[in-house]
Ligand binder design. Sequence first.
Ligand code: GRF
Length: 206
Amino acid sequence: LKLAVLVSGGGTNLQAIIDSIESGKVTNASVGVVISNNKNAYALERARKHGIEAVCISPKEYESRDAFNQAMLDYLEQAGIDLIVLAGYLVVVPEIIIEKFRNRIINIHPSLIPSFCGTGYYGLKVHEAALRRGVKVSGATVHFVDEGTDTGPIIMQKAVCVKSGDTPEVLQRRIMEEAEWVLLPAAIDAIANGRVHIHDGIVTVD
Ligand code: GRF
């Protein structure tokens, strides 16, 4: 399974994917390309260190959003990508890509969807909302990407305890370490090995 990992920031989820493939925990998958909208994203550096093609495709470089969207689609198709993985990617995925890659785009969201998700819930905002609500359990979700924001079929989830005194940063880190970096590789391995099935919007994993 040839992956395109789309990133915007530090790339710790990308690193978890790279490490899990290199260690053999994830099989039948390879990272074909890492694409970021941010040329300074450290995630691109992580890719280069592992000899993985790392490109910046930014909306700022195009005269219109449509032109950017088409350039992204063209790139993904010519690269022969099988699965698109959004790992901290902050750009909206356009309809033309969602159509062409129906149920072949996954995203990691740092909460137990449907809690604390949707537009506006990115980065620390997710964890600030969870702490403000006083939830005792949060976690992360890997889901297929559809036209909405965090609305696609849920593939896997992992719960993480909220501890008294947690700050948004501390909770974010615990969710990344205990949930995101575990779930994303696990979901990729399940898809790469044909263990993920979807019927009427409900996913089952063998
Ligand atoms: C993390 O906060 C994660 O919860 C979310 O976006 C951020 C990505 O972090 N998906 P990184 O770039 O993978 O380190």
